[in-house]
Design a protein around this ligand. Sequence first.
Ligand code: MTE
Length: 375
Amino acid sequence: MLRDHRDRPVDGGDWFLHHGTDVETRWDEDVPHLTPNDRFFVRNHTRPPVVDVETWRLLVTGDGVSGEATYSLAELQAFTSTTVERALECTGNGRKLFADQQGAARPGTQWGLGAIGVARWTGVPLRTGLRHAGLRDDAVQVMPVGLDDPFVEDGVDHGRVRRPLPMAKALDDALIAWEMNGEPLPADHGFPARLIVPGWVGIASIKWLGELRVTTSVVDSPWNTTWYRMHGEGWSGDDAVLDVMPPKSILDVTGRLEAGRMSVLRGRAWSGEATVSVVELSTDGGATWQETTLTGPNEPSSWVEWEHAWTPSQAGPHELVTRATDSRGRRQPVQAPLNDDGYLFWAAIRHPVTVAESSLVSSRAGTPGRPPPVD
Ligand code: MTE
């Protein structure tokens, strides 16, 4: 159930697919370039805490700062703020496709591809907050800690949701955000302040920030050792670490497709810490590819829209496939690498569609009724 910042239930309407306490944005509706706050996917380990912003403080602690600091929301907002358009995507986005496309079902929330959204986030760079607190040169990481209830599973209390962030990323483009698309963060999305870690796995962007633990040595949490890490055959060492998200692409709603009639296909593509260089479309199940036209903004760690005109020559089932290549040269593979928990499904997505008979042919032949709907 979605809740507003006063902990009142919000009607999520039909915008979402529901997965227990989590919700996924539906792709069978027109999704605007910026995902509206009330249509943005939600992934909560427990539930949003009720935070009194008057008494809320962000603590900066640990041996990586010269002294402890606290910030009220007003104090954070007194720093020079910045606004960026960035995607936020769950590490398990697309997990259902391991079963659908690769016959390898993986446990966990069966996300389609809607565990992603793009918003304009306003806040202060994390480096500003850390430096103002007396960041030491030998600090190696910061552990942001959420104020939601400790996560308990099978009787084991894993403590508050937290995940270490290496100092290089913390000092680069991580943001302490308090606004989402020009509004205070909704309760489900981290009110009053959250981290936004552009291009990284969604778990890095800790919500309901309560503490930033800065240390001069590496400290782990179950959110980088047990979960949100690759497990299974072939995964070890640095390869198993999850940080930057790979490129992905999708076909939006197609509308009615008809043999002999031109349709403009549209979709979008995105990638972590990169812009999208090209999106290709195959109308024959991946045998041949055509380059699509990118339209609109193409920010790093956000998404770009693409379009392509297609005149199907034959009615019947077709398989459309999209694949993106990003500015780092990464291209979506045919198969996503298998792993036990179904993270990072980034294979080229196969979209089965049905092309209707030409209405011109049908009306000449005097066929009554409407052609069959498109899948
Ligand atoms: N932060 C806290 N404190 N608690 C959480 O449950 N979920 C994480 C991350 N930050 C989480 C959190 C995960 S797994 C994701 S994908 C994103 O928040 C989801 O952000 P959203 O719910 O605002 O879309």
